[in-house]
Design a protein around this ligand. Structure first.
Ligand SMILES: NC(=O)c1ccc[n+]([C@@H]2O[C@H](COP(=O)([O-])OP(=O)(O)OC[C@H]3O[C@@H](n4cnc5c(N)ncnc54)[C@H](O)[C@@H]3O)[C@@H](O)[C@H]2O)c1
Length: 448
């Protein structure tokens, strides 16, 4: 960019123009990556009056959205169609659309590679395409969960390689996404949002932008700090979940009911926060994000012992569940070999059509390794392909249920008929304590 007085004038003009466009909702917003995070976010901006363009590399997803069909449980077709009809929202796989945007928000995946190291390829690829279409006067925000330093070390050099300067020609910030799929109370707009810019001007512009759509925006001192905030949140969850999983195993040995213990512990009005045991952790966040932090820590010669231990404990839960099934079967004089096991709820989380990292995947594998005959039922999955094992759900009728030696409740979807399950299953291992919570009793129900 020009460095003389003319350049200075252009820069001043850029920032003021951008601010004005944001305040008057004339700013065009591009959201890159239309998944669990990007699609609801794009729709929030559109609903609040911005013109939004969604960009995704998946042609299948683009086609679905363009025809008003949502693939995200939290986004209804009706709401999507309304925004498409009013021309508030459009989609494309063409990155040149970035040129017409004033704000560009990146929500692409950040999975792990096979060796459990960060896979930054999605971020790199999206940012390179943004760089090819960047123009002065834009704000770019990364929302994908990642290790501290990503925005400064990866995004900044790529974006500046075209000759523009951050904080002068364009603005760059990190704002961690906190969406909780399936949460009926907290959605994008009423979940407080943390932001941190590469420069102070970027923090200011990012705050201005998110203030238009989100109730509470919390600026922190830098992009690195904002990245760390998200990883503290998710590390807190992985560690506390592992702790309660371990205590659940111990309680079983002591002949105690972990759920009773937690309910009583949480009556303490301070110093305790309830976490619940389960069959393991799943999803794109909890089992993955803390490993981004431990990877980065290693680069600084630091070992994150809590994260490593928590991952180890949580990853051992599926095997523990199989042991508990064996115990239930042996009490009924049955061996696990050839036993018929029905898994109910295969998704990683209640009321969500998402199988990513679901503990059910490993449970299916462990059970099959023990030569058990595994079937499943999940209203969100009419078909399954787990690492090459193709399965179709069983039908939920009494005759079918009675054929199984053990029913394993992994995910407590709201839609399930628990009374019917309790009445018609020979034995149930309830990993979520859902039957007791609903007041359904039965000698055939065993809690985790
Ligand atoms: N799912 C959650 O509950 C959640 C919550 C908080 C944060 N996050 C974080 O948000 C990020 C996105 O997660 P998600 O669950 O929405 O993922 P997702 O897989 O549901 O969606 C990602 C989308 O990005 C698209 N995509 C991939 N590469 C692209 C590219 N180069 N250009 C354009 N589009 C591209 C994919 O086709 C997909 O539609 C991750 O970093 C995740 O850790 C997720």
């Amino acid at each position: 960019m020009a460095g003389g007085p003319e350049g200075l004038f252009m820069r001043k003009n850029n920032i003021e123009t951008l601010k004005k466009k944001i305040r008057t909702k004339k700013a065009r917003v591009a959201v890159i990556g239309l998944g669990y995070v990007g699609l609801p976010l794009a729709m929030t901006f559109a609903r609040k009056g911005f013109k939004v363009i969604g960009i995704d590399i998946s042609e299948k997803r683009i086609k679905k959205i363009a025809t008003g069909v949502s693939y995200i449980s939290d986004v209804s077709d009706e709401k999507l169609r309304k925004l498409l009809r009013f021309k508030r929202f459009a989609v494309t796989n063409d990155f040149t659309a970035v040129r017409s945007a004033d704000a560009v928000i990146i929500c692409v995946p950040t999975p792990l590679r096979r060796k459990k190291t960060p896979d930054m390829s999605y971020i790199r690829s999206a940012v390179k395409k943004i760089k090819d279409n960047i123009r002065p006067g834009q704000i770019i925000a990364l929302e994908s969960t990642t290790y501290p330093g990503t925005t400064r070390e990866i995004l900044l050099p790529i974006l500046e390689s075209g000759g523009l300067t951050e904080g002068k020609d364009f603005y760059l910030a990190f704002s961690p996404e906190r969406i909780d799929p399936g949460n009926k109370l907290y959605k994008t707009e009423n979940t407080p949002k943390v932001i941190g810019g590469i420069s102070a001007k970027s923090t200011e512009i990012a705050k201005l932008l998110y203030d238009e759509v989100i109730k509470s925006v919390i600026p922190v001192s830098s992009a690195n700090a904002a990245e760390m905030v998200k990883l503290l949140e998710n590390t807190f969850r992985i560690v506390n979940t592992a702790l309660v999983n371990e205590i659940a195993i111990l309680c079983d040995k002591f002949g105690l009911d972990i759920w009773e213990i937690i309910d009583a512990a949480k009556t303490k009005p301070y110093g305790y926060m309830a976490f619940y045991p389960g069959p393991g952790v799943g999803g794109h966040c909890i089992p993955v994000d803390p490993l981004y932090l431990s990877w980065k820590a290693k680069k600084h010669g630091f070992e994150t012992k809590f994260i490593n231990l928590a991952s180890y404990v949580n990853e051992a839960m599926p095997e523990y569940i199989v042991k508990r099934i064996k115990k239930i079967l042996s009490a009924r004089k049955k061996k696990i070999q050839n036993a018929r096991i029905l898994i109910v709820g295969i998704a990683y989380k209640k009321d969500v059509k998402d199988l990513r990292e679901s503990p059910a995947i490993n449970i299916v594998h462990y059970l099959r390794r023990k030569k058990a005959k595994v079937s499943y039922y999940d209203p969100f999955f009419p078909y399954l392909n787990i690492r090459g094992i193709e399965m179709e759900p069983v039908s939920m009728d009494a005759k079918t249920l009675k054929k199984f030696d053990c029913t394993l409740l992994i995910t407590d979807h709201t839609k399930l008929d628990y009374k019917f399950l309790a009445r018609n299953s020979k034995a149930i291992l309830d990993t979520r304590n859902i039957f007791a919570r609903l007041g359904i009793k039965g000698k055939n129900i065993v809690k985790l």
